[in-house]
Design a binder for this molecule. Structure first.
Ligand code: ATP
Ligand code: MG
Length: 256
């Protein structure tokens, strides 16, 4: 059974940072085969993980549309097999995990058949893994559009601001309207200074009906790596950011 973990929340709250560290945690602890999916069109999960990226699912779609439009042969393959083959080419295989970037979403001229085939290909591919970790674009409508997968664990990330918590509340609300089935939904507050949240924030979390699972401290080392363009997984093993996230992951979903 594949366990699907999705990371969502307002822009710039730390979704990509946390996704990369979740992937690194699962890989280091040899939890099984891991597929990292970058569902953000600006494709930066690969940078956070320190892996090169040539091709996205979006590129495959555009290229196939051009090939079909131009009447070019697809190397003797059916469109279905060709898309499947190209998706596998777009997959980056690393030591502890594989990575697939979704790239740009379909444009207005895109034909649905290719999209449906691609979605099915990505879903079938995902079934071969023990864990699928999806780094989402800010907002949540994308969760349902890019894949048909059900999500076992949704981590909603917020910064320690009232606006962030309200946005997180909205994300959790939208979950109910999705076609995607979502299991457990937890709130992580990231970039926290000090060891607790202020009273007003705690009150807002309660009012938004959010299930706070843990805090991750603000750590200048994270910014420094980012500023230097270094992968976040270079963060020292004993960093409090890692430890806090590990404690969170061990307490959710029966412990990851
Ligand atoms: N715990 C932390 N301490 C310090 N800086 C952090 C922490 N978490 C994230 N950051 C910094 O915050 C910025 C945004 O992080 P990140 O890119 O992970 O957010 P995001 O939610 O994925 O953003 P986007 O919505 O643009 O995809 C980055 O510069 C990152 O280094
Ligand atoms: Mg991001």
């Amino acid at each position: 059974m594949t366990k699907t973990i999705a990371v969502a929340g307002k822009g710039g709250t730390g979704k990509t940072t946390i996704s990369a560290l979740v992937i690194d945690y699962l890989a280091r602890n040899k939890k099984g085969a891991i597929l990292a999916i970058d569902a953000d069109p600006s494709t930066n999960l690969n940078l956070a993980l320190g892996v090169p990226l040539d091709d996205t699912v979006g590129d495959v779609r555009e290229e196939t549309a051009t090939a079909v439009g131009g009447g070019q042969a697809l190397g003797g393959l059916s469109k279905w097999d060709y898309l499947d083959f190209r998706i596998n080419e777009a997959l980056v295989e690393e030591k502890g995990f594989d990575l697939l970037a979704m790239g740009r979403p379909e444009g207005p001229g895109c034909y649905c058949a290719a999209n449906n085939i691609l979605r099915t290909s990505v879903d079938r591919l995902s079934d071969a893994y023990d864990y699928v970790v999806i780094d989402n674009e800010a907002g949540l409508e994308h969760l349902s559009r890019r894949t048909t997968r059900d999500v076992d664990l949704l981590l909603v990330v917020s910064d320690p601001t009232l606006r962030g918590i309200i946005a997180a509340g909205r994300v959790a609300e939208v979950v109910d309207e999705l076609k995607t089935d979502v299991g457990d939904v937890y709130l992580i507050v990231n970039r926290v200074v000090g060891d607790r949240l202020s009273e007003p924030l705690m009150k807002a979390i309660e009012e938004q009906n959010l299930n706070l699972v843990g805090l991750i401290p603000a750590d200048p080392a994270v910014n420094e790596l980012d500023a230097l363009g270094e992968p976040i997984i270079r963060l020292p093993e004993d960093a409090l950011v890692r430890r806090s996230l590990e404690a969170i992951l061990q307490s959710v979903n029966g412990g990851l």
